[in-house]
Design a protein around this ligand. Sequence first.
Ligand code: MLT
Length: 217
Amino acid sequence: MLPMIDVRLKKDGGVRLQHIFKQGDEEKPIMLLLHGTGGTEKDLIPLAEEIDSTASVLSVRGNVLEQGMPRFFRRLAEGVFDEEDLLFRTKELNQFIDQMAEKHEFNRRNVVAIGYSNGANIASSLLFHYQDALKGAILLHPMVPRRGVDLPNLQDVPIFIGAGKNDPLCPAQETKELAAMFTKANANVHVHWEDDGHQLTRKEMGAAKDWYLKNFA
Ligand code: MLT
């Protein structure tokens, strides 16, 4: 068991993460956008706009730098995660969403994550470690963030996984393993396969949109 680490706090008691918040329709879920390695909080805004331009958006920039590239947690090598940092950053992000919900007066239980690659991995980690962190998630090319842990009960939480059969970073077997872990935790998992690699394709984004509208519109 790794030691739990306290989240570093701002002087006023909060977590500081660079982000964009856009107020939208209060009835709709808040889209939490989490970019891939080397990205920024701007990357997934067009995708969110395309999925539902009337929804509120909270888009966050990862505060770990790997050779100048923003990420959401440290890795020791490609595909090998620093578990201690993963836990620390997951807690930090969860706390940041709590703070944003208070500040912008949105329903903390109404947050749906859309994450790509490293962003999908921290979204998975939120689901692995905090029962009510997310109402649902679109995970685009995620990996298994951590093994050997019991997931909370994710009863009926809708999860879309977008995967590439030829993704060198997220092998198909790992996608299936992650889907099985979420299913075992009672989540409602949908896996969408493309023949491509790690890149996001138009078809995959279209499938994610259709799934989102079916589950949350
Ligand atoms: C990435 O480059 O973002 C990896 O595929 C995923 C990760 O390191 O979290």
